[in-house]
Write a protein that binds this ligand. Structure first.
Ligand code: 13P
Length: 253
């Protein structure tokens, strides 16, 4: 089955309002009329509206980097799914390893975020991946299994079409050391198989699985030529329009 590739830029805690506007406009202009891959930009919260304005009327979508799983109320500093939809988001990233390790998010909170976001109609880019230590101890599959099992708990089958999985091996994030195409393919096959167990084969065949971790214009085509690598979640290389657009074009083959 052929799945449309999906490339998203995770800007993390970078840019300024002027920089965000310039980056979003640059990507928009270079991708004018392009529709051979799905594309999303995920800026920091304060710049969501201006990025949404910059790409309005194009096929480029906007995503947030976090969400809090409660309706409005006394949750100082937090932002819920309705607010993200209100400012033009289609996607939200949940379960990123930086939030798991630096902020200390646990599987239970991550699962609440996935359910909250999906229920409200956001598309969730759910990130999973093993550390180097876990890979070297041959625990990659058990770690992915655990993160999937926990993260997807009680996510109803009729909502899983709003789910994207990003396989991001922690050792490849921001290190310049990407997984090889074979390592990525192998992990993606496992993820798809596990997803088919949790849901069913049809949903698993439709599932878009991105690879993330030191994706660059130089390695993007090879990674995404793998049959189960359906796109990329790009950090550092998404901060320049030229390199991000080169990755998007590589996705289209
Ligand atoms: P880098 O592309 O900078 O390695 O970051 C990957 C990532 O964490 C995307 O979410």
């Amino acid at each position: 089955m052929s799945r449309k590739k999906f490339v998203a830029g995770n800007w993390k805690m970078n840019t300024t309002s002027a920089g965000a506007k310039a980056l979003a406009s640059g990507v928009r202009d270079q991708l004018a009329g392009f529709d051979r891959a799905d594309v999303a930009l995920c800026p920091p919260f304060p710049y969501l509206s201006l990025v949404a304005d910059a790409v309005r009327g194009t096929a480029i979508a906007v995503g947030a980097q976090n969400v809090f799983p409660e309706p409005q109320g006394a949750f100082t500093g937090e932002v819920n799914a309705e607010m993200l939809l209100d400012v033009g988001c289609r996607y939200v990233i949940v379960g990123h390893s930086e939030r798991r390790t630096i902020i200390g998010e646990k599987d239970e909170l991550i699962n609440r975020k996935v359910r909250h976001a999906i229920q409200h109609g956001l598309h969730v880019i759910f990130c999973i991946g093993e550390t180097l230590e876990q890979r070297e101890a041959n625990q990659t599959e058990s770690v992915l299994d655990n993160q999937l099992t926990w993260g997807l708990r009680e996510v109803p089958k009729d909502q899983v079409d709003r789910l994207i999985i990003a396989y991001e091996p922690v050792w490849a994030i921001g290190t310049g050391r990407n997984a090889t195409a074979q390592q990525a393919q192998q992990a993606h096959v496992f993820i798809r198989w596990r997803f088919s167990q949790i849901y069913d084969n049809d949903s698993a065949q439709r599932l878009v699985i991105q690879y993330g971790g030191s994706v660059k214009p130089e390695n993007a085509a090879e990674l995404m030529s793998q049959p189960d690598v359906d796109g990329a979640l790009v950090g550092g290389a998404s901060l320049k329009a030229d390199s991000f657009v080169a990755i998007v074009r590589a996705a289209a083959g």
